[in-house]
Design a protein. Structure first.
Length: 130
């Protein structure tokens, strides 16, 4: 069996399945297929899905629009995990239904923090010295 690895070390297949899962979950949330008041009243972005090597576990990174009510949205997603797992497995057509784990996507916050650091006076002072 030939394995194609990306520079990050994850196979192309894992990335492809993760991207398919991301699309399916995004569509389910966007169309309001999940009958949950919290999820229907918030726009939720599924920013990334990372699959485990055996494709049995998926870590789903989510961010509510403007970061509003993140805890409530995560709680609602976790309460509706069984439905989302069932629908995702049916649409992606995998041998096993991957267990979904919803976590907040912190990359936006990290990016904002780095941007703020780069714009700080101390860093600007160092850059002007060149």
């Amino acid at each position: 069996m030939r394995r194609t690895e990306t520079p990050e070390g994850r196979s192309v297949r894992l990335l492809r399945v993760g991207e398919q899962m991301r699309h399916v979950l995004s569509e389910l949330l966007q169309r309001g297929d999940v009958h949950d008041a919290t999820l229907q009243s918030h726009l939720v972005s599924v920013t990334e899905v990372r699959m485990s090597p055996d494709l049995r576990h998926a870590t789903v990174f989510v961010k509510p629009l403007l970061g509003q009510d993140e805890d409530a949205v995560l709680k609602a997603l976790r309460q509706n995990t069984a439905f989302l797992q069932r629908e995702a497995a049916r649409r992606v057509r995998m041998k096993y239904a991957a267990k979904l784990k919803f976590v907040p996507d912190e990359s936006f916050d990290e990016g904002t923090h780095i941007d703020r650091l780069l714009r700080s006076e101390k860093v600007a002072q160092d850059l002007d010295g060149d």
